[in-house]
Design a protein around this ligand. Structure first.
Ligand code: SF4
Length: 426
């Protein structure tokens, strides 16, 4: 009898990469491979999922090859993901690298694992069917969309992931119902989820209204402001399972910079969407992404961004100092002085921390539903529906419980809570 081959994964980058790696792992197991939780010296294959979101991410992706070679000197390395799509030549001929497949055809990996060479092709125009493994118990990610048509001037994604394509509605519904049998929360994820449906004559309202009766909390990982409409808000209001956490990518709060970024909205339009959400869902948490020091951003532009942030009162801001990506439109413009960027990052980080504290203080005294995720020291750590991080004394609940908790005090990067009651399974 042939010995079963052992495979391990090293996955960098976003939740989409993680979902895809989990999905490939499931397929490999179904095809007789043993999937290891970590890279060990007896692995036959290591699948490296790379990331190209910044120059640094690409460099790190390349560095991982030596790490894999140290841990599993005899393993053949399969490189996939955005960095290998962008610059396959960076991986070609490197020690033990046998297959390079870019961002497409990951679902064919069980077939091509024993091959060698580069299979980097243009990203596909249609959806490549992939499903999540059923092993996640607390929070499960469901990929519903891939690619992007937006061409923000700083971003390589449309070039390496291809144009937006949507997973068929029926396939999403089936997967969500299956996952809900054992997971308490489903996060819909994609490269630009807001574009879901555009290529199949559907929209986010169709998607969300089909998930209303799923017996799990539903969360959307990130949204563009253009999909926030009165109709979408009405749809969400009818969803007892929807988590009121809206991660709306803003990137800049200055109209001139937004235009240079090719983002197609103004700060006033963005703030209007924030207001619509806060009026409709007073308990909601609105978080965002921000790029600091975009080429051409002046002190005055940055002040405008600070002003927009103060008005939006975000619960949290993911702050990214601008990182030049060769091949993008923005990369042709001169960079803002590195020290100026540093100062701006410090300033906006201080504001971010103040606003986060303000948001957390508003949660004090409320009773909220918490998904208990993992044990840490003497606590069970998890998140409420609006993504407040809660530390609950360990003995009060178990990982994977849903619990009503009273929010008592601020603690570390979240709050401390006390148990009101465990939510019973239906
Ligand atoms: S929306 Fe913009 S930043 Fe996001 S993936 Fe598309 S091009 Fe990149």
């Amino acid at each position: 009898m042939n010995k079963q081959k052992k495979v391990a994964f090293l996955t960098l980058g976003c939740k989409v990469n993680q979902f895809e790696a989990d999905s490939v792992a499931k397929q490999l197991e179904e095809n007789g491979f043993i999937v290891e939780n970590e890279i060990t010296s007896d692995c036959d294959f290591v699948i490296l999922s790379t990331c190209a979101v910044t120059n640094e991410a690409e460099r790190k992706s390349r560095q991982m090859l030596s790490k894999i070679n140290k841990l599993a000197p005899n393993a053949r390395i399969i490189v996939c993901g955005c960095a290998s799509q962008h610059q396959a030549k960076n991986f070609e001929g490197k020690k033990n690298v046998s297959v390079i497949i870019g961002t497409s055809s990951k679902h064919l990996l069980p077939l091509i694992l024993e091959e060698s060479g580069a299979f980097v092709v243009e990203p596909p125009l249609d959806w490549e069917e992939m499903s999540a493994p059923l092993k996640h118990r607390t929070r499960a990610y469901v990929k519903v969309q891939d690619g992007c048509n937006n061409f923000c001037s700083y971003c390589l994604i449309p070039y390496v992931r291809g144009r937006s394509r949507s997973r068929p509605l029926e396939s999403i519904i089936v997967e969500c119902f299956n996952i809900a049998k054992h997971s308490k929360e489903i996060v819909l994820t994609g490269i630009n989820i807001s574009a879901w449906g555009q290529d199949i004559n559907r929209d986010m309202i169709d998607l969300l209204s089909s998930l209303t009766t799923i017996n799990a909390r539903i969360r959307i990982s990130s949204m563009e402001m253009n999909i926030i409409t009165p109709q979408l808000i009405e749809t969400i209001k009818k969803m007892p399972n929807f988590c009121h956490h809206f991660h709306l990518s803003m990137q800049s709060g200055c109209d001139k910079v937004l235009k240079d970024m090719n983002r197609h909205y103004t700060s006033a339009e963005f703030l209007e969407k924030v207001k619509m959400l806060k009026d409709a869902f007073p308990d909601c948490n609105i978080t965002t992404d921000l790029i600091v020091g975009f080429p051409g951003e002046t002190d005055e532009d940055f002040k405008q961004t600070i002003d927009t942030i103060k008005r939006a009162k975000f619960g949290y801001i993911h702050i990214f100092p601008y990182s030049r990506r060769a091949g993008t439109v923005a990369s042709r413009k001169p960079n803002v002085d590195a020290n100026v960027v540093k100062e701006r990052v410090m300033k906006v980080t201080k504001l971010r921390d103040e606003l986060e504290k303000e948001f957390l203080e508003k949660q004090l005294g409320t009773v909220q539903e918490m998904l208990c995720e993992q044990e840490k020291d003497e606590y069970i750590v998890g998140h409420t529906r609006n993504f407040t991080k809660v530390y609950l004394p360990k003995k009060q609940a178990e990982p994977n419980d849903l619990a009503y908790v009273r929010i008592d005090e601020l603690y570390l990067d979240g709050v401390k809570g006390s148990l009101v009651e465990i939510v019973k399974d239906d």
